[in-house]
Design a protein around this ligand. Sequence first.
Ligand code: BES
Ligand code: MN
Ligand code: ZN
Length: 466
Amino acid sequence: MFAIRLVSEAGQPTRVVLVDAAGTPLGGDDEVAAWCRIAEGLGAAGSIEMLPRPLRTPAKVILAGLGDGDYRRAGAAVVAAVPGDEEIQIVVPESATAEQVRDLAEGAWFAGYRFREAPVGPRTAAVDLVTTHGGYADALDAARSVAEAVWLARDLTNMPSSTKNPAWFAGQVIAEAARRPELTVHVREPRQLADEGFGGILAVGGASATPPRLVELRWHPDDATRHVVLIGKGITFDTGGISIKTREGMKLMKKDMGGAASVIAATMAAADLELPVRVTALVPLAENAVGDDAYRPGDVITHYDGTTSETTNSDAEGRLVLADALGYAVRRLEPDVIIDLATLTGANAVALGKGMAAMYTHDDELAAALVAAGEAAGEAMWRMPLPDDYVEYLRSDIADRHSSPTQGGGSVVAALYLREFLGDKVDSWAHFDMSAPSWSDRTAGDLVKGATGWGVRTLVRFLENW
Ligand code: BES
Ligand code: MN
Ligand code: ZN
């Protein structure tokens, strides 16, 4: 990740002056002020105006619009507008709060992302925030921890599945945790998964040459009073299995571990920020492949909690691995809250478009906290229903339930299916179907084409405030 520093004096490179909604520059010299008086349309959120100043110092001033105080958007727009070899200096307005400086830095870091394997140099060289205000260091540190987590989640998700198999992903978690000694990791391999009855993970991962794993990553500070369990779908590639996907349907399926990437990354950030809350990230990892050992349409699978699922579509694999993880969390981890993130259904995008996740929960307080966290963090979500009338679609003649009903709304019945594994021990559960916003088709705002790391920002804000 490139550096963002707080500096007290402006140097030579490209200077950025932020402009408020009224077109007034919040900093800069007399010439900038004069220009802003005569120019029109300055100040809209995310707008960029280059002010060439031959023979002056600095030789280039960028006017970046804040609109209604949208510092994250301004930070992102600046980074996107400046070539990767140019150092940037942003003049921090006198009036900026610590929260706004955090947003500014987050926006710059999110938009300045580049995949670690890309064969080209960084998208952004470095950013200096010019200020004499002494109170921004913590805000910048918080932004850095969140941004490192977003970069990690994006890197994991952008990695091609030829490299990214379950063992590789588990190795990445171990390597990241090793840099933070307070974190512990336990990785279950197939033998242990079989001994303990993780039938969903074993069925889905059965046909792959790279067998499944269950990763458990723990952040357990001494001062923690509450425990949140984060579960992420970790399908390292989804062919659909024997119910095979089409070419179009399969081409982005390396991203089918986006939920796993986000919960792992958010837990790393919780440790970096030393948040006083116990967090366990639980990530079932499997490749949904085609082969002799593939599970079949019509098979009945026994889950960790001992209940069974009939599956007539091997492409509904995510819920089968999540079912095991939920059952394990409920029975073994004593969570106060469970939040799962999953690239679960194409129906997420049908209902809500590409820009937002579908959120499911019965808990109004949790819903409000998550929506507020998403708003503060710049991630969109919409709360969806869990209608009891639809539970009958999960009925099976030969098992406790059916995993792939064809009625009831794809994203909704998937959520109802997951709910089955909560038992009566946990009232506080939220599920995010985030298949749509996990990927961006274009570079825009604070997203870069490719994986978005959706959920990291919301989860970290939620953990900070909870
Ligand atoms: N990983 C897919 C969902 C998905 C689709 C994510 C498109 C991102 C973009 C999931 O495993 C899946 O195949 N879901 C099926 C469910 C169906 C078989 C009940 C779907 O959405 O079609
Ligand atoms: Mn699938
Ligand atoms: Zn899938």
